[in-house]
Design a protein. Structure first.
Lengths: 303, 318, 346
């Protein structure tokens, strides 16, 4: 039974004390997170993937620029742990390069989404009224259009590059944090310290940043983590559909797309490594996100 | 209740208008304007001018918008020069197929996710919960297309149980070949179940922690009575809202699945249109899907209000 | 279980208590700690009387109440004895406990809004216990529910059956909750802070309702509260708890006029009474309640007690009793001594 449930069953008096006992034994959210073995494992995986993608190529040298058609689609063997792809690139090296792109775009897009969404949502929630209604209706309208469709459209208009992908994915992803932070702002704006700040004449933008946003940091962090996970899935899907970055750059989704052609030939090393890499990375971020959410004690139905 | 309904409907209309504005904006976002986009890169300035005049593209923007909107509302969604057919007729052929695919998948997903979510919540932190939670977590982290590919690889290529491609042709041809539908439906269902059961588990856990559950226990209610007599109806409302909010997610999944399985729905239509730069078609799909999502969301909210009297009483939130 | 099949203990023709608790210990197992919520509690409650169980937040009174109602979570380990209606409650399995809940022991919680299912109408919720425990039909149960709502003072009871909880005011909701807890006419009612969430006028009405029902149904009521005022006006006897243990118990009059335990004295000193001189300051008790995960060696109140001495921290004081008035303190109030020897008080 979770701590919250014990507290509920025991009632306000002993329940609160029990929670306190557990908390002092446990410490702040950081320590609560640390006690969640699954979440820590996820964090380890993320760090490992970052190292693999960015530091790996320094140790494992492969040529990712020049194609060598004579070496195409060779099965894993000596000197090539994961074989080669259809234009002769070493698959393991490809995985590293692909990882770089994936992670760059995912972190970048998540950052764009969170910054945009938090500012939008905090403003809407803090001011309330007609402004809030209008801003949220815009969010609703954008949410009604599936990201994939919007991205399909945008990706054919703008030439794909890492920066473009970051902007495009970020611009479709900011809607969820906007909604979440708006809900936080709505509940925080009637807190006494906010009212006090208003009375003292503190200007609205300052209040929004210093009080609303800083007190929603838990929600923001949790959502940011899930944003990265979702961004990876989205970029993978886009690239899979052929709308990602151009060669010789690549990412795991594009690798899967290329590899799909060879499923019938049984070249498993062209599809399983990138596929598993995607699932592992997204899983790691989701698990860390869940862990953060539990550590902050947030409502598990949001984010 | 009436006040709530009116308010929600009004909101929905506002959102629909905004969707139309966005689509209209996208149409004119294209470099060179819609004329160049539709006529192609070889269009000469004369062609473009003629096209613009013909289609009223030299009038001020609000007027254009109005013409376009009235056109859309009367069923004119533009013309695809690439496929040489009106967008409306293309959509009419393919929309039912997508609706069919998505509909069956979602229905299955709900039928599976609700009991699974309940099971996870009730058996929290015990062996059964851990297994199910892990499986759903992994599924939740897997992109839809990868699920599709895996299913194809295992069930189609290696085991030859189901075909890897969906049947082309008319709607009746589609429906009469259930074997070919299994993999696409399975793909969407699996991905959706993963997302839904997570939410339902949280929802049920939240309800179980409520005071009224404690009260019911104090009157001698067994776990089964509590689950079916109290929790189920309270958790149903949020699940319905979840369904409404998940429509974009479900559509995305369906789109990708159509691509993987070559299923002749609006998803594949949109994708082909994207690669051939057939903008009227993409935008036609966007408008239809957007409108469907708004309406679906409205229906979900209304159903939630019917299930939960508190929602009715609160006359809606901004 | 070795509870007799029916009825009460047949011993001497003295009236037997409806509830008899002996040496009750309740431990709650948490992931990284064990909370000793109730330690060695013994008390008796007779039919028709109201016993006030008082103490600070977290002293174990709520857990005690839950234990008496058979509602402890699976994480709880119970030792000792709770005898109710001739039956032993400690060690009963869930299925057996279910038969007792609502039928023999009822409970009312603090917040009436959350105690009622917001999506269900009032009628079925009040009738629920009757249908579960007595197998009554829907129609018959609803009739009984309307009846009960009338008894708890709800106007137009038949109309209320169809309404939803959020349509009623706080006081009315609490009456509904009380009705739902009492519909099977249990012998014992545990009321856990029943008026804390209500305004003062409503508080008074609800407490009077308890008094009336107690007399009418011959029911024993346990009023768990931190509010001494509530206890003064509506309890026959008082049971003062501190850190999971009994500090003092006796009739209300005795406790208020001649408290013995230092803690009781401090509690009474911190509330406003008619006798309190005008310009005086209300007393406060310094410090905080102890950590229930670490059982104290001596008297748990010692760290905060003005009269504490060496004995107090090294050894748990044994109970002294005098005419049904019992306390566990080395330096009881109102008794002159320099060196405390409990035996001298017997």
């Amino acid at each position: 039974m979770s701590l919250e449930n014990v507290a509920t069953v025991l009632g306000p008096g002993e329940g609160a004390l029990a929670a306190e006992a557990e908390a002092t034994a446990g410490g702040s959210w950081l320590r609560a997170f640390g006690r969640n073995r699954l979440a820590v494992a996820g964090l380890v995986v993320i760090v490992a993937l970052l190292l693999f993608s960015f530091v790996g190529p320094l140790f494992y040298h492969t040529d990712q620029i020049h194609t060598r058609l004579a070496m195409e689609t060779l099965a894993p063997g000596a000197g090539r742990p994961l074989g080669t792809d259809d234009v002769g690139y070493d698959e393991l090296g490809r995985l590293m390069v692909g990882g770089q792109t994936m992670l760059e775009v995912a972190f970048g897009a998540a950052a764009v989404a969170v910054v945009l969404g938090v500012l939008w949502g905090a403003t809407a929630g803090y001011f309330g009224g007609l402004l809030d209604s209008l801003m949220m209706r815009i969010v609703d309208a954008l949410l009604a259009i599936p990201a994939i469709l919007l991205l399909l459209f945008l990706a054919t208009v703008f030439r794909p590059s890492v920066l473009m992908l970051i902007i495009v994915v970020g611009v479709t992803a900011w809607l969820v944090p906007a909604r979440l932070i708006r809900a936080e702002a709505l509940s925080l704006r009637s807190r006494e310290y906010v009212l006090a700040a208003k009375t003292m004449g503190v200007r609205s933008p300052t209040i929004i940043v210093r009080h609303i946003i800083t007190n929603s940091i838990g929600t923001i962090l949790v959502n940011a983590t899930f944003q990265v996970a979702d961004a990876i899935l989205l970029v993978a899907a886009l690239s899979f559909l052929g709308l990602g970055v151009a060669p010789p750059a690549t990412n795991w989704g594009a690798m899967l797309s290329d590899g799909l052609n060879y499923t019938y030939s049984g070249f498993w090393w062209l599809t399983y490594p990138p596929g598993i890499a995607i699932v592992l990375t997204v899983l790691a971020f989701n698990v860390v996100g869940d862990g953060l959410r539990d550590a902050f004690g947030l409502d598990s139905r949001r984010g | 209740m009436i006040r709530f309904l009116l308010r929600r409907c009004f909101q929905a209309v506002v959102v629909l208008v905004l969707v139309s504005v966005i689509v209209f904006g996208l149409l004119h976002l294209l470099p060179g304007g819609p004329a160049r986009a539709i006529l192609g890169t070889h269009a000469t300035p004369t062609n473009i001018a003629a096209f613009n005049q013909q289609n009223g593209l030299d009038s001020p923007v609000p007027v254009q918008y109005w013409h376009w909107l009235t056109g859309v509302l009367s069923g004119n969604l533009g013309f695809s020069y690439v496929q040489n057919e009106s967008v409306a007729s293309l959509l009419a052929q393919r929309l039912p197929k997508t609706a069919f695919l998505a509909g069956i998948s979602v229905l299955l997903a709900v039928l599976i996710a609700v009991p699974v979510g309940f099971f996870q919540a009730v058996r929290r932190n015990r062996a059964g919960d851990y297994v199910v939670t892990t499986v759903t977590l992994v599924l939740y982290s897997t992109p839809a297309f990868w699920v599709g590919i895996l299913l194809i690889d295992v069930l189609s290529v290696r085991l030859h149980v189901f075909p890897a491609e969906a049947p082309q042709g008319s709607f009746s041809a589609l429906v009469s070949d259930p074997q070919a539908l299994v993999l696409p439906v399975l793909t969407i269902t699996l991905v959706t179940v993963a997302a839904f059961s997570r939410y339902i588990r949280s929802s049920v856990l939240d309800e179980l922690a409520q005071d009224y559950v404690r009260m019911a226990r104090s009157k001698g209610a067994s776990r089964r009575v509590i689950l079916f007599g109290h929790v189920l109806r309270n958790a149903a409302g949020p699940v319905v809202t979840l369904l409404g909010l998940s429509l974009p997610f479900i559509v995305s999944g369906t789109l990708i699945t159509e691509y993987v399985f070559n299923y002749p729905g609006i998803g594949l239509l949109a994708f082909n249109a994207a690669t051939s730069q057939d903008y009227p078609v993409i935008l036609g799909v966007v408008i239809v899907v957007g409108a469907a999502t708004v309406v679906g969301s409205l229906l979900a909210d209304v159903t939630h209000a019917i299930l939960d009297p508190r929602v009715r009483a609160s006359a809606g939130i901004a | 279980m070795n509870a007799p099949a029916t009825g009460r203990r047949e011993e001497t023709p003295v009236v037997a208590p409806v509830l008899q608790v002996t040496g009750l210990d309740v431990d709650i197992r948490l992931p990284s700690a064990v909370v000793h919520a109730v330690q060695d509690v013994s008390l008796e409650v007779w039919a028709g009387e109201t016993v006030g169980i008082v103490g600070e937040s977290g002293c174990g009174k709520s857990t005690l109440g839950l234990a008496l109602a058979g509602l402890l979570p699976p994480e709880a380990e119970t030792r000792g004895s709770i005898r109710q209606g001739g039956r032993e409650l400690v060690g009963l399995r869930e299925r057996e406990l279910r038969a007792i809940r609502g039928a023999e022991v009822g409970i009312v919680f603090q917040d009436p809004m959350t105690s009622l299912n917001p999506t269900k109408r009032i009628g079925p919720q009040v009738a629920e216990a009757l249908r579960l425990q007595r197998g009554a039909s829907k129609a018959a149960a609803l009739r009984a529910a309307a009846d009960m709502l009338d008894r708890v003072g709800l106007p137009r009871p038949r109309e209320q059956l169809d309404r939803f909880p959020h349509e009623l005011s706080g006081g009315m909701r609490q009456r509904v909750v009380i009705a739902s807890a009492l519909i099977c006419e249990p012998k014992v009612l545990v009321a856990d802070e029943p008026t804390t969430a209500l305004d003062v006028t409503t508080q008074a009405q609800i407490l009077e309702l308890f008094d009336g029902l107690s007399a009418e149904l011959g029911m024993a009521t346990l009023l768990v509260t931190h509010d001494m005022g509530v206890v003064a006006g509506h309890a026959n006897r008082v049971f003062v708890m501190y850190a999971g243990r009994e500090a003092e118990t006796g009739t209300t009059e005795t406790i208020f006029s001649a408290p013995r335990h230092q803690y009781t004295g401090a509690l009474l000193g911190s509330i406003l009474r008619m006798e309190t001189p005008r310009k005086s300051r209300l007393g406060t008790i310094p410090g905080r309640p102890p950590d229930l995960t670490v059982p104290a060696a001596g008297c748990p109140f010692a760290p905060r007690c003005a009269a504490a001495s060496g004995d107090c921290t090294s050894q748990l004081p044994t109970a002294s009793a005098e005419d049904g008035h019992r306390w566990s303190c080395y330096h009881p109030l109102g008794i002159q001594q320099t060196e405390h020897i409990p035996e001298a008080q017997r």
